[in-house]
Design a protein around this ligand. Structure first.
Ligand code: CA
Ligand code: CA
Length: 298
């Protein structure tokens, strides 16, 4: 890379060197393009577009067994094989990104609930509005942006782990605060009326935190568990019987009452922020603990 940088130095003014620079630039673009497809690499398609992480192609077991949870909604466990290479946004969609779509007239203004804009996750956005943002990105870049399917979300959240949380199962309560913004000691002090269980550590955030504040999962993705819950494409149906096993979103006949939201939020205790945990919301719902991120095939 240092040779590439020095050879491409714009101070070389001779025609020969300009030719060499052009050639070098061209080769460099090919090289970078190829490197973009390596699992773990990060790319972006425009100035205001999200950073996208290339995931490895693979398979995983979706859902939980009865040792982990009694939630029938997470069963039966089944193996899902991701059919195509996929890139997932490194962070939840931020207000900075959302407001670029608002400025282009393709997304509605969204209330930050006083938590902050900029690098804070965009919230108070309905399922359809989240899809509108992905459509805006698609038109802007010519690339097929969309919400994740539910299987893709769990694949991305697990990042090849089989534990309850990607940081472990048994020791999760003490490690959680390195990796996720959940209902924690700080949240408990700020919201004493949140009487449900909290993680027994301090993540320093009583509500939404700026994206990327916590350590990523093994795929390099931040806040897949915690911070804000995230809309996915699928219509919610109880359990996985009949659900696709190729990573695609589940087809649904007729009207969809509720869409799936995944990953838990800053007000969730440990059990409702597990990788396998499923939650659902009416698709027109907007609230301050639900946002989204985008994905696209490569
Ligand atoms: Ca917290
Ligand atoms: Ca999240």
């Amino acid at each position: 890379m240092s040779m590439f940088t020095s050879t491409c130095n714009p101070l070389f003014q001779s025609a020969l060197w300009r030719l060499a620079s052009l050639l070098c630039f061209g080769l460099g673009m090919v090289s970078l393009h190829a490197a973009d497809r390596e699992p773990g690499s990060v790319f972006t398609d425009c100035d205001v577009c999200p950073d996208m992480v290339v995931l490895p192609v693979g398979e995983f077991v979706q859902g939980s067994d009865k040792t982990e949870s009694g939630h029938l909604d997470e069963k039966p466990q089944r193996t899902v094989k991701m059919a195509r290479p996929l890139a997932v946004a490194k962070y939840e969609t931020t207000f900075e990104q959302w407001d670029a779509c608002v400025a282009d007239g393709k997304c509605p203004k969204a209330d930050d609930a006083g938590f902050g804009r900029g690098k804070f996750p965009a919230v108070n956005i309905s399922w359809a509005e989240a899809r509108a943002y992905a459509e805006w990105l698609s038109v802007k870049t010519g690339q097929p942006y969309r919400l994740l399917s539910e299987s893709e979300f769990e694949y991305a959240a697990r990042a090849a782990t089989t534990t309850y949380w990607f940081w472990g199962s048994n020791d999760a309560k003490s490690k959680a605060c390195q990796f996720a913004n959940l209902h924690d000691e700080t949240g408990k002090k700020a919201h004493p009326n949140y009487v449900w269980s909290h993680v027994l550590c301090d993540d320093g955030a009583a509500e939404n935190a700026q994206v990327g504040k916590y350590a990523p999962n093994p795929f390099g993705l931040h806040d897949m568990l915690g911070n804000v819950r995230e809309w996915v494409e699928d219509c919610h149906q109880l359990g996985y019987a009949g659900a696709p096993v190729d990573g695609s979103a589940r087809k649904h006949d007729g009207a969809c009452e509720k869409r799936v939201v995944r990953g838990g939020a800053w007000l969730d205790g440990p059990s409702t922020a597990r990788s396998a945990y499923r939650y659902s919301e009416v698709e027109g719902m907007r609230n301050y603990q639900t946002g989204f991120r985008v994905a696209r095939h490569l």
